[in-house]
Design a protein around this ligand. Sequence first.
Ligand code: HEM
Length: 131
Amino acid sequence: MHAEEKPTLYERLGGAWKIAIFIDDFIDRILVDPRLEANPRVKEASQRISKAGFKYLVTEMTCWATGGPQTYTGRSMGDSHKHLMITEAEWGSFMDDFQQTLDKCNVRKPEQRELIALLESSKAAIVVSQG
Ligand code: HEM
């Protein structure tokens, strides 16, 4: 890294080892959130997929999206969520869970804001229902 270059978000978060810690907490949190389980399609998919595989793919994606050396190998956000018919309210619950994870895992505010902006950039592909 060049001395005058700003470290990437990936570096400021502490790299894959630290990112994996907060994704682990976050996935455990969303998989038991009754506000998300109330959507029967989300509940069915959550029970079908492997928790370890889900954590792996979301960690990989987060590393990639924050400027790490990883390449995301999973499906697109549209392909992996459109059948779930995720609503605006469910999106709000998901973001609330994310905020709780960020605070619990002591992610600093500037990095929190950048992570939230990254998530928001995927919203249009994920939230398909106004209900
Ligand atoms: C309310 C919001 C969300 C809910 C309830 C949700 C739930 C789920 C569920 C249940 C699956 C498994 C779907 C299936 O295989 O049938 C999934 C896949 C996935 N989600 Fe989400 N998700 C949400 C938002 C997001 C966001 C914002 C991201 C990242 C920016 C994300 C990243 C992923 C990834 C990487 C996968 C795996 C893709 C693959 O199968 O290759 N999700 N999500």
